[in-house]
Design a binder for this molecule. Structure first.
Ligand code: SF4
Ligand code: F3S
Length: 106
């Protein structure tokens, strides 16, 4: 399973959604998540993210462990997204800022 992590928050570039063959991505106000029950580990989304926010669960940096549960939980609540939309207006400013979990909107 692939996991969307901290650096997506407040960026939400959405390049990832276009390449997913099985429509895994769900959209919240300022973050996207992957439904772990749908992901087939095709690896296509990982290099598409300009913010490098997507990791395989197998090589997830330890500080992002809470994102495993968060992707599972929020993918049940948020609607599917399958087409790219505009990034958040201040995405460039937030790209690379650490510890953005406190800004997550649900
Ligand atoms: Fe979709 Fe493949 Fe990414 Fe899983 S690894 S979310 S199947 S694009
Ligand atoms: Fe987020 Fe990267 Fe997709 S910033 S929306 S995981 S392209």
């Amino acid at each position: 399973t692939f996991v969307v992590t901290d650096n997506c928050i407040r960026c939400k570039y959405t390049d990832c959604v276009e390449v997913c063959p099985v429509d895994c991505f769900h959209e919240g106000p300022n973050f996207l998540v992957i439904d772990p029950e749908e992901c087939i580990d095709c690896t296509l989304c990982e290099p598409e993210c300009p913010a490098q926010a997507i990791f395989s669960e197998d090589d997830l940096p330890p500080e992002f462990t809470p994102f495993i549960e968060l992707n599972a939980e929020l993918s049940k609540q948020w609607p599917l997204i399958t087409e790219k939309i505009d990034a958040m207006s201040d995405a460039a400013q937030w790209d690379g800022v650490k510890d953005k979990l406190k800004f997550l909107e649900r």
